[in-house]
Ligand binder design. Structure first.
Ligand code: ZN
Length: 502
């Protein structure tokens, strides 16, 4: 880490405007921002001068909802995201199985909502992939999957989560299947370091990471070994009562900028898997989805987090789950900063009205709008036209006055990809402006978590977390903008080839 002077750049100011000038970093902090191109300090020997050549410099992005371990694992599994049919899933798995001698065959991220025939693979199809190894294909949402007959026999989850005829598994049964297909610890550790590099390449400098409690030891080892400055606010899938253990364990390890900040709980599943808890039937299938937690349980864990000043991230996608989350957090005093509602996808004017009084951060996924929000897309198929109008209603949610933060849920991580989803929302009334969308991915996201208000704005005193972009994110099509350089804690962690020469 050396002192760096970034000169000849367009810098993003707290008022949402770019100004020309330079920015100086000492150690891991920004020490000055000046509207001149050639400040005197340039002549100092000990300073590295980076000419950003008219690039647009913004605060580092915060991906406020990722699963770093899943991103690491994804690199070690068959990628089913390009699959275009159930048969294609089978073929890709068979190809992977032929090249990999692991004790199981696993593929992730198929999305049948984008196929012409939206039929899931079946266990019989997966039996054709390999009959001597367990075979598991998981949907992109992570809430639904299909297993072969051999694996089906080993699944012990509740009968209502396992369809013995088709091999389709949901929720806890999916997680159980996933746990059976864990690669070697060494591979996961190496995969984590690579996954972090992928995040830096898209300008992410902080993540709010969801971590499984049973994986915490391995996770901590992976983060320590990666020796990364990435800021990680970890939300553990655990009972808040046990959080202090994870905190002391992480404090006893040299895991850089990792902080355990709270717990995560699930109220429901996903729209794709028809497991999001709705207030009425799905449009394309009878059934309302399932609430995974009852009100008294949520009240208890919310109270525990509130009392011990931890965050509680509440996964709520369907309107019934959103109602439950909203109702419970509203029992706490206004101004409480303990709660986050993750996704908040299916709403309508009554939910939006009630959210105005709910002391919670709303963690939204703008990339979901892009992936599944359009006319004829998955959300419209599952919810029907009228409910889809209010699905991922970003502008309405933003105007509740609740602090909105953006996270990708790893589908895929990419703030610029997501921002396009929000500023070009298919429902014109729900569009955010580029400034608002940027704030959700930067400044506002730093009003929650471990490094509150110490980053997210390019101001003296703040952490030197910044990103250099090729074009103006306030006017250019986000798809055409490249990340030239990423800096975290004063350290250059990504430089796109040939873009910037120091
Ligand atoms: Zn998630």
């Amino acid at each position: 880490m050396s002192d760096i002077l970034f000169k000849n750049g367009m810098f993003y100011g707290p008022q949402g405007e770019f100004w020309r000038g330079c920015l100086r970093v000492e150690g891991n902090r920004i020490v000055s921002v000046e509207a001149v191109d050639h400040p005197g300090s340039e002549s100092r020997d000990s300073i590295e001068v980076v000419d950003v050549d008219g690039g647009f410099v913004i605060p580092g992005f915060v991906d406020a909802h990722v699963h770093l371990s899943s991103l690491a694992l994804k690199r070690l599994r068959c990628d089913l995201s390009p699959a275009r049919s159930a048969k294609d899933v089978r073929d890709r798995l068979a190809e992977w199985a032929a090249d990999n001698d692991s004790p199981f065959v696993i593929g992730v991220d198929f999305d049948e909502s984008r196929w012409e025939h939206q039929k899931l693979p079946t266990r019989h199809m997966l039996d054709g992939v390999d009959d001597r190894r367990p075979v598991f294909a998981r949907r992109i949402c992570g809430h639904i999957g299909v297993v072969n007959s051999m694996m089906l026999e080993r699944i012990k989850s509740r009968p209502d989560l396992v369809d013995r005829d088709t091999g389709v598994v949901t929720e806890h049964a999916v997680w159980e299947a996933g746990r059976m297909c864990e690669p070697e610890s060494e591979a996961v550790i190496a995969g984590t370091a690579d996954a972090i590099k992928d995040l830096f390449a898209v300008g992410i400098t902080t993540v709010h990471d969801i971590v499984e409690e049973k994986k915490f030891d391995q996770y901590l080892t992976a983060i320590s070994k990666a020796q990364t400055p990435l800021r990680i606010d970890a939300l553990i899938n655990t009972n808040p009562r046990f959080l202090h253990r994870f905190v002391s364990q992480s404090e006893a390890t040299s895991a850089g900028n990792l902080r355990v900040v709270g717990a995560k709980c699930f109220l429901d599943g996903s729209i794709g898997g028809r497991t999001a808890a709705l207030n009425a039937d799905y449009a394309d299938h009878p059934g309302w989805g399932t609430l995974l937690m009852q009100r008294p349980v949520l009240q208890t864990i919310a109270g525990e987090c509130f009392d011990s000043r931890y965050l509680l991230a509440i996964h709520a996608i369907g309107d019934r789950a959103v109602d439950l989350a909203t109702g419970v957090v509203t029992e706490f005093p206004a101004g409480t900063e303990s709660f986050r509602i993750e996704h908040c996808e299916v709403t309508a004017p009554p939910q939006i009205e009630r959210l105005k009084h709910a002391p919670a951060f709303l963690c939204l996924q703008p990339n979901f709008v892009r992936n599944w929000g359009g006319p004829g897309g998955l959300n419209e198929t599952r919810l029907g036209r009228e409910r889809n109008r209010w699905c991922n209603a970003h502008r309405s949610l933003y105007e509740t006055g609740r602090p909105c933060i953006f996270g990708s849920d790893g589908m895929p991580p990419g703030p610029l990809y997501g921002i396009k989803g929000s500023i070009e929302h298919p429902v014109a009334d729900e569009r955010m402006t580029p400034q608002e969308a940027l704030a959700c991915y930067t400044a506002t996201a730093h009003t929650v978590g471990a490094h509150k208000r110490e980053a997210g704005v390019l101001e003296p005193g703040n952490f030197a977390d910044l990103v250099v972009l090729t074009d103006d994110p306030l006017s250019a099509d986000p798809d055409t903008i490249q990340v030239k350089m990423t800096v975290v804690d004063g350290e250059v962690v990504h430089r796109s080839s040939g873009a910037i020469t120091p």
